[in-house]
Structure formats: C-alpha cells, structure tokens
Design a protein around this ligand. Structure first.
Ligand code: UDX
Ligand code: ADP
Length: 458
C-alpha cells in the first residue's frame, strides 16, 4: 500500500510508543516507524509483552502493528525514508557539571540531532516531543542547518501532556494539542503539517498554534502549575493539623469556586513521578540563567514544600509513636508514585522508606504493581527491608501502617482482621486520606491523616 506520509519517531519509550500507536490507529493513510537504540525495547514492542503498561495500549498496538505501525532498530534507514521525525528521547536532569541537579541533560537530544543530520538526504520537519528547556529548538536548528547538503530542517515543538495510567485516553481525547513553530513562512508551513496529523481526530479548536518558544515554555509551566496546586494544598494541610480545620473540607469548599476548580487539590504525602520535580527544576534553572532570581525562588519553593511535606510525614510518625521507631515493624501500603502504575520514579515512598530506615525501623513494603521497582530503589538497605505482595501479611506484627499510594485495594481491606495481628497500640498514618478514619478509630486504631486532627486513644 502507498502511504500519504512516512513519519518516524526516534525513542520508543513512554511517550514515543503510545503517541505513534495512536497516530497509526487514527491515520491508516500514514506509515509510522518507531526506532530506538535499545534493541531489546524494539523486540519487546514487536512481541506480546510490550515494554510499558498502559490501559488500552495493547489493543491499539495489536490493531496497527505491521499494518501502518512498525517498530525497528534501523535508525539510519528510518531517518532517510521519513519526511517528519518526532524526537522523544529521554531528557533527564543533569547529574554533573554546570546546572547539575536542575538543568536538563540534553546529550541524548543533541546526539539525535547529529544522527538526523548525518543520515538525511532530503529536507525534513523535526518535532520536539520530549520536554525541553525553552530555546532548545534554536540550538537544534543551528546543529541541523549548518550543513553543506543543501537540505533544510524546520524544528517544531509539540509537547506531550500524557499522564501515566490515562495516556491512551489523553491521546485520544486531549484537552489540547500544542504545536509551536517559527513565525516564518517555512515555519508556519511545517506547523500546519503537524496540525494536519492531529486534525485527523482532534477537533480543530483544541489544536493550539503558537510560537515555538511559547510551546516549549507552556509544557514546563503546565506541569509547574499542577505541582504548585498540590504544594499549595499540602502547605494548608499543615495549618489544618494545627487548627483542627479539615483539609478535605477546605479543598472541597475552595474547589467549588469555578475559578479555582476541584481538580488537583487532594492533599497527600507529596507528589512524585518523573515529570513534576524535573520540569520545575528545569524552569528554575532557566529563570536563574536569565537572572530572574525572584521567579526562580518562587517556583523552587513548590519543590521545597513537597520535600517538607514528605519530611513532616516522617516527623509525625515519629512523634506519635513515642519518638522512636527503632526496631519497630512498619508496613508501607503502596510504593508507586500514584495508583494504577508500577512506576516509582520520585515516589514519596522512597523518601519515607529511607527516613524510617535511618531511624532503624524494620520496613515492610507492599504494593500490587511496584514491588520490583521498590526492590531496586531500596537495594542498599537489603537486610532491613522486606517485600510482601499481600497487605495482610505485610501488616502482621507491625506497629504501624502508612498508606503511601491511593490504591483502591487499601480502601476495601478487612481492618478488623488486620488490627488483631498488629502490635498495640496500633497506628495508621494515611498519607493519601483514602480510608474511613472515624471507623478505624472506633475499631481501636490511632489514626493520623494529612491535614486533619489526629484521632488517638491516649
Ligand atoms: C504529570 C502530568 O499530569 C502530565 O500532564 C505530564 O505530561 C506528566 O506529569 P503524571 O506524572 O503521570 O503526569 O502524574 P499525575 O497524575 O499528574 O500525578 C503526579 C503526582 O501528584 C502523583 O504523585 C500524585 O499522587 C500527586 N497528586 C496528584 C496529589 O498528590 N494530589 C493531587 O490532587 C493530584
Ligand atoms: P520518555 O518518558 O520521555 O518517553 P523514555 O526513557 O521512556 O522517556 O524513552 C526514551 C527512549 O529514547 C529510550 O527508549 C532510549 O533508549 C531512547 N533513546 C535515547 N537516545 C536515543 C538515540 N540517540 N537514538 C534512538 N533512541 C534513543
């Protein structure tokens, strides 16, 4: 079959794989090729056991694979044969040199740009899909367009807004699609080509066109605003604990103001995930590099409040458990950074587990999906941590349970049964405010939640 367009995606990761699968499903007239340096990953994408889990992804890949969606290790060939190249390689935080701990590490991006240049024989549109610092496009353009091949590259920014667990729904029914380019005739032409792809299934009014800089910055700012809401409500949770106001009641009341809205106001032990902290620190670094100290400090405080919230949780555990957890068995219910994923990147549970282990607690971790990752995260503490699939067994002989991920599973457990197997007085620290606190208190637990007065029997 002859395809209208051949689109390549470099990077078969969390972003590239699902995005290309959705385009393939919605655009049978395009050929989509996904390449990666990691040959194992490509093999997995071609197998029945995909390298990432997302509800709906298996079906989408099964529907399109080897029809108009192809996973291939042949990067050079892929580059040569495509007109549009999406780049979704990883952009971790730099761990070395200038900007270490804050700036984005662009080495994979730059390497990819040079590979594109080396293998191209015709002009192409290069689409930034990975989250990148503002003005990356201009650096990439410089690398790509300093060539003597008489070919031209137009760099377009099209950031992704997928959340884990809902990636397929977010792709199919996005709140918006952002496409940014230079405001030159060539830039606008390239932008329109990318808009045309999405217009196959996304209503036109949801496709936002902008300058390339606005598009790059909007991605960072969207994540910064979301994280800021969580830090804002978490900061108020501390005040609630002092004043006997209830954070869930406050969140409900303010969320009814249509200007504020109810989403992302759930107080918790802290936010995690691969994006929020990374993107905010990136934003902070950019502000610093332009001398905008006040702006940098403002956004940095969002991350600081998050870290404070995590350390407050540990302090609350210690204080309530008679100022010592040494030798005490503590069951952590949940290790993933949020429910319905096995991902533990930047999970508050990592920090809480470390804090408790430093206090010489015996930590047992249970999680329906994240135990393998938890084992990797805590490998240095092997002798003092144990892992248990069954939450009932995890709680056996424990002095306390700390709920760190909002898995539905934990709402429906038989807490009467659990209480009988725990050391008394038994404590529950609900880091996600998902349990029925009064009911647990009436059973005999001491219940300490986020942003609420503690319920204690002594
Ligand atoms: C986020 C953005 O939502 C997404 O648009 C972007 O593309 C990538 O980063 P994700 O990291 O998958 O997605 O998770 P998200 O659902 O946003 O949750 C992030 C963290 O905030 C989780 O740890 C979650 O538990 C926490 N959270 C979220 C709260 O503590 N309270 C809330 O009200 C909402
Ligand atoms: P994201 O969440 O942004 O999708 P991932 O880490 O899941 O990030 O995926 C990025 C993918 O990009 C990885 O599979 C990695 O092997 C791949 N990658 C990194 N550099 C290159 C490169 N130069 N060429 C091809 N693939 C690359």
């Amino acid at each position: 079959m002859d395809f209208e367009k051949t689109i390549l995606c470099i990077g078969a990761g969390y972003v590239g794989g699902p995005t290309m699968a959705m385009i393939a499903a919605k655009c049978p007239h395009y050929k989509l090729v996904v390449v990666d340096v990691d040959k194992e990953k490509i093999r997995a994408w071609n197998s029945d056991n995909l390298p990432i889990y997302e509800p709906g992804l298996d079906e989408l890949v099964r529907e399109t694979r080897n029809k108009n969606l192809f996973f291939s290790p042949e990067i050079e060939k892929g580059i040569r044969e495509s007109e549009i190249i999406f780049v979704s390689v990883n952009t971790p935080t730099k761990t070395f040199g200038q900007g270490a701990g804050k700036a984005a590490d662009l080495q994979y991006w730059e390497k990819t740009a040079r590979e594109i240049l080396a293998s191209s024989t015709t002009s192409k549109i290069v689409v930034e899909k990975s989250t990148l610092p503002v003005r990356t496009a201009s650096a990439m353009e410089r690398i790509l367009n300093e060539n003597s091949k008489n070919i031209h590259f137009e760099v377009v920014s099209n950031p992704e807004f997928l959340a884990e667990g809902t990636a397929i729904r977010d792709l199919e029914f996005p709140d918006r699609v952002l496409v940014g380019s230079r405001e030159t005739p060539e830039g606008i032409k390239a932008r329109k080509e990318i808009v045309e792809i999405y217009a196959n299934w996304v209503p036109r009014e949801k496709i936002v066109e902008s300058s390339v800089w606005s598009s790059e910055l909007s991605k960072l700012v969207a994540n910064a605003f979301l994280a800021q809401r969580i830090s804002s409500i978490n900061s108020i949770s501390a005040l609630c604990e002092k004043t006997e106001a209830d954070i869930d009641e406050v969140a409900y009341a303010i969320g009814m103001d249509s200007r504020i809205g109810p989403k992302f106001l759930k107080a918790s032990v802290g936010f995690g995930g691969s994006c929020f902290k990374k993107d905010i620190l990136n934003l902070v670094y950019i502000c610093e590099s332009y001398g905008l100290e006040k702006v940098a400090r403002y956004w940095e405080s969002v991350v600081e409040i998050n870290e404070w919230q995590e350390s407050r949780f540990i302090q609350n555990m210690l204080r309530n458990m008679f100022n010592t957890v040494a030798g005490k068995r503590i069951a952590l219910f949940g290790f993933a950074f949020k429910a319905n994923t096995g991902d533990t990147r930047e999970s508050p549970a990592i920090y809480i587990a470390h804090g408790l282990l430093e206090e010489h607690a015996k930590v047992v971790i249970t999680d329906p999906k994240a135990l393998e990752n938890a084992k990797k995260n805590l490998s240095t503490f092997e002798d003092r941590v144990s892992f248990e699939q069954d939450p009932y067994r995890a709680a056996e002989g424990a002095h306390a349970i700390a709920v760190l991920t909002e898995w539905d599973l934990y709402k429906g457990l038989d807490y009467e049964r659990i209480l009988k197997t725990m050391v008394q007085p038994a404590f529950i620290f609900d880091g996600r405010n998902i349990l029925d606190h009064q009911k647990l208190f009436n059973m005999g637990y001491n219940v300490i939640a986020i942003g609420k007065a503690p319920l204690k029997h002594f």
